[in-house]
Ligand binder design. Sequence first.
Ligand SMILES: [Zn+2]
Length: 470
Amino acid sequence: MDNAPEIWKHVDDNAPELIALSDRVWGMPETCYQEARSCAEHTAELRRQGFRITENVAGIPTAVMGEAGEGGPVIAFLGEYDALPDLSQEAGVAEPRPLEKGANGHGCGHNMLGSAAMLAAIAVRDWLKESGTAGRVRYYGCPAEEGGSAKTFMVRDGAFEDVDIAICWHPHSVCDVMVAESLANARIDFTFRGRASHAAASPHLGRSALDAVELMNVGVNYLREHVPPESRIHYALIDAGGIAPNVVQANATVRYLIRSPDLKGLLPLIERVKKVANGAAMMTETTVEAHTLSAVANLLGNAPLEAAMRQHLEALGPPDFDDDDRDFASAIQGTYGPEEISDSLHMFGMDGVMPGPLCDRLVPADSPRLGISGSTDVGDVSWVVPTVQMWGATYAIGTPFHTWQMVTQGKNAAAHKGLVHAAKVMAAVGRQAILEPELIAAAKADLRQRTEKTPYVSPLPADLMPPLEM
Ligand SMILES: [Zn+2]
């Protein structure tokens, strides 16, 4: 690793525009495939920066790709900009204060995620130009990470086919190279159909779809004891069949989110949940139809890229937070309990090690981390392209994900510092890969080894199109 400050200068030079982009996207929170304005902002910035632009990637109107540079290897930075429903919140206040009741909010920091990834891409582009080096750098604006698994569709469409390595990050309260692997998951709607009838006069003629949903949920709750302990099965009622208790409900839909440590475990688990659904249909003399909405693979690590990223992260150190940042972070910490704080540190094996309200040291390489129990569609990219990611520190330690506390911190000074910090680490990895073909070769060999015995199969049903109207 040499001369990283050279690329960090390009990050600093471009930071103001990309911080502004992050703040603008924060202010127009859009969810799952509806990110028209956010994607337009990202596209406009790419255009302003002189990138060659491909819109409508994989037939998704809110996906965009920008490329710069000529020849050489192809380095991809993955960005996101989708928000979450019902998380509207004023910025920079340590109390819940919705801007608009029921509206969306950036509760997972994807406004920063996309901007920092683009900032890294721009810095690498500037360095390529200045140094006259051959190489191409791309920014992928990927929508619908929350519940839409757009990257899984983009992988299926071949959007990453000629990419040599992919680099990404996610905002967090701690700074670390992501080494743990995330879970594979699938979202499936089970729709039961029975026969409507008057619930008092002729209940014997009715066949209740709502009964079937309830029996399916009971069945799955019994199934839980007999699945691998790392599996997760969640459900939500999408359609309970109506609000009238005096009719037998003819239609009802329950949405299942099924997670497993890897694809190999996910696919049989889905089949077992389907068996329970069929059993519920049989018991109630209804029919059931399973419709997959989205699915993602587990995240594969990549040892050579993680080692490279760690070197750059250690050379840079943690973000440079100041007392104002820490004061506000302390106020935020006052809105949740000590359990959140200790749990968050425990995830990284940092119990009792980081006493301040913001990340002031890096997680050591040998820290006893726990695995991640969430899922991400970066997983699918990691099966086809060597991929490396980091957690960047932007939030008060312990901030729970998908909460108003995340939204309110999304455009304060600590968030801006954290996003520039992450861009520096990512850009340095990209630059190193362009300069060192042997790093790309080692990363590819590592991926080959991980997928040799279980090649990638898309978890998406072959005929499933991106659920653009979700
Ligand atoms: Zn997220």
